[in-house]
Design a protein around this ligand. Sequence first.
Ligand SMILES: Nc1nc2c(ncn2[C@@H]2O[C@H](COP(=O)(O)OP(=O)(O)OP(=O)(O)O)[C@@H](O)[C@H]2O)c(=O)[nH]1
Ligand SMILES: [Mg+2]
Length: 352
Amino acid sequence: MKIGIIGLPQTGKTTLFGALTRGTTQVSQSKTNLAAVGVADADLDYLADVFKPKKTTPASVEFADVPGIPSGQENASRRNELLKDAKNVDALVEVFDAFTQAPSAVGLKDEIESLELDLALVDLEIVEHRLERMKKEKMTPPLERERDLLSSSHSCLSGGKALRSLGLTDEDKGLLTSYAFITLKPVMYAINITMTDETTAGNLEAALNASVDQVDATVMVLDGKLEREIAELPDIEQLEFLQEFGLSGSAIDTFIGRAYRLLKLETFYTAGEDECKAWVIEAGTRARGAAGKIHTDIARGFIAAEVISLDDFRKADNSFKVAKEKGLLRIEGENYIVKNKEITHFRFNVSH
Ligand SMILES: Nc1nc2c(ncn2[C@@H]2O[C@H](COP(=O)(O)OP(=O)(O)OP(=O)(O)O)[C@@H](O)[C@H]2O)c(=O)[nH]1
Ligand SMILES: [Mg+2]
C-alpha cells in the first residue's frame, strides 16, 4: 500500500516525510522520495509482551514524497510530468502551507479547491482523449458502460470537482482502474500549521472537515516542522518536549492511523515465540487471500484458518491451549472474511 504526498511547492511535504520516517531516509529535494513506515499498534505491542518473540514486525505503509507541483494552466506539462510519480499510489496526502500566514478555514478551503481543480484538469485530459477514441470503436455492452462512466466523469471534472466526489461503487471504480485517475484516489488534506495550541488546531480541523467534500476524504491539521523535530529526539526526550509545548502527544501516529483507515486497511496478526507480526489486508479480504499475504504457497495449499479475536485471546489467559479448551479458537474455511485485529494461523499443505 502506497501513499503519495503531493502539493504546491514549499508546503512542507519533505518535512512531513522526514517526520514520518524519523529522519532515517536520505532525502532529495528534486526527486520523489520513497520509504516504508511502520504503523504503531498497541495490540501488536501487547502480543509481543505475551510471546516475547525474537522479532516483532509492525504493518507498514509506503510513502512517496513528490516534489512540489506548480499551479496554473501554464505549468500543465510540468505538473503532468511530476504527477506520474503519484499515478501508482493508492491514496494521496495533499499538503497545504498554513504556516507562512495565519490560517483561515475559508482561505484553506479555497486552496484545497484550487489544487483539486488543477488535478481535475489532469484527469479531464485523459477522459477527453479516451472519449474521442471511443467514437471510432465498435460499442459492446461493457464498453458502453465504460463510456457512460467516462461521460459522467467528464461532467464532474469539467465542473472542477474530483472524481471521488461521484461516490462510485467499487464495481465502477474497478472499471476505471486502468486510467489511474488522480482525483479518484482517497485523500487526506494535511494542513501544515505552526502549532499554537491543540484547541485552535482542533477547531480548524473540525471547520475544514465540515466544509470539504467527505467522500473518501479527510482533513488533518498538524505542524510538520515540529513533528520533524520531535521525531528526531530519543523517546524519553520526546515526552519532555511535548509537555514543554503543552501538547498531549505526537500527531504522526494519528496521521498514519488515519491514512490506514482512509485506505480501508485492516490488520491480522500471526503470533508466536519466533515472531509476532501485523499483516495488512483490505477490509473484506477472505481467509485464502489473507493467507496469500504471507506466502502464495499458503494460499495455494490452504486447508483452514485457526482464528481468535484479541479479546477472546485475553479471556483465554493469553494461551492458544486454553483458548482451544474453552472452544474460543475457531476453525474457518477459505471464504471466511477475516475481521480486523484477529490472530490467524493457517493450516496448509504444499503438496496440494
Ligand atoms: N514555520 C514552518 N515552516 C515549515 C513547516 N514545514 C516546512 N517548513 C519550511 O518550509 C520550507 C520548505 O519545506 P519542505 O518540507 O522542503 O517543503 P516541500 O513541500 O517538500 O518543498 P518542495 O519539495 O520544494 O515543493 C523549509 O524551509 C521548511 O523548514 C512548518 O510546519 N512550519
Ligand atoms: Mg520536497
